[in-house]
Write a protein that binds this ligand. Structure first.
Ligand SMILES: Nc1ncnc2c1ncn2[C@@H]1O[C@H](COP(=O)(O)OP(=O)(O)OP(=O)(O)O)[C@@H](O)[C@H]1O
Ligand SMILES: [Mg+2]
Length: 244
């Protein structure tokens, strides 16, 4: 479904992604783990079309999309849920969510998707008229996720959904991703600092270190990999996952 081939991206003169290659098959959850500053967000932004790659190729659904604009990519089914939510603080929750369907002229279809999301996330009902800035971090994350889902994507690019959330809420969000994957066959490219959680729910994973892919394998393989254990699966806030 997605092929990233030898992708190189710069910020000004600084090379951030250094010939990154990865792929994702339809129906897969693929995760990219890596330390702060490794280039995970840069990777998702390049795939979504927000940053132009200097070199390399992006192929989505058998089409080369290097020169497609972000809206063109969205139209093809690539939707980004950005790091830090990036909601419009003064807009209502409902308007923030509906913005995710800005390309869709079919009002009936937009309403149907919206109603479906309301049914899937009952917590939204009582939040719809609140300004986004008045929501808790977890509530904002759900709104950001719903906005990204309003375009009915084939592939969701999900950047750090657990940022700033408690382990329990992180688990809820990741369970939701898993459910969307299983029930709707939604493919997901997931970037997560909470490596243990991400490796548990993914089909396959890549480790990104200072702009390079240094390891890849199934989630289980990487959970057992000594270097991954050492570098990314420390104790601390992730312990809640161990007690299950
Ligand atoms: N707008 C920018 N201008 C210049 N450099 C940037 C910009 N955004 C990111 N960088 C740099 O690019 C590198 C990769 O950043 P990126 O945000 O992709 O990392 P990340 O893996 O997502 O980290 P985190 O886990 O902290 O979100 C970092 O060194 C960062 O300082
Ligand atoms: Mg990031």
């Amino acid at each position: 479904m997605l092929f990233v081939k030898s992708l190189t991206t710069y910020y000004g003169p600084i090379k951030i992604l250094k010939s990154v290659s990865l792929h994702l098959k339809e129906g897969e959850i693929v995760t990219v783990i890596g330390a702060n500053g490794a280039g995970k967000t840069t990777l998702l932004k390049t795939i979504a079309g927000i940053l132009p790659p200097k070199k390399g190729e992006l192929v989505f659904l058998n089409q080369k999309i290097n020169h497609f604009s972000p809206p063109q990519r969205l139209k093809l089914g690539l939707s980004l849920c950005p790091e830090g939510r990036k909601l419009f603080p003064e807009l209502s929750v409902k308007d923030n969510i509906l913005l995710g369907a800005f390309l869709n002229q079919d009002k009936k279809q937009v309403e149907a998707t919206f109603q479906h999301l309301l049914a899937s996330f009952p917590i939204l009902e009582k939040l719809l008229n609140r300004k986004a800035k008045s929501l808790s971090g977890g509530e904002q994350q759900i709104v950001a996720l719903c906005r990204a889902l309003m375009s009915d994507p084939k592939l969701l690019l999900l950047d750090e959904p657990s940022l700033g959330l408690s382990p329990l809420l992180t688990k809820e969000i990741l369970k939701t991703i898993l459910k969307l994957n299983r029930e709707k066959n939604l493919s997901v490219l997931l970037v997560e600092q909470n490596a243990r959680a991400a490796l548990r729910i993914c089909h396959r994973a890549y480790v990104l270190e200072t702009g390079r892919i240094v390891l890849e394998g199934s989630g289980q393989d990487l959970l057992n990999h000594p270097e991954v254990k050492e570098a990314y699966l420390g104790k601390g806030y992730q312990e809640v996952w161990e007690r299950e």
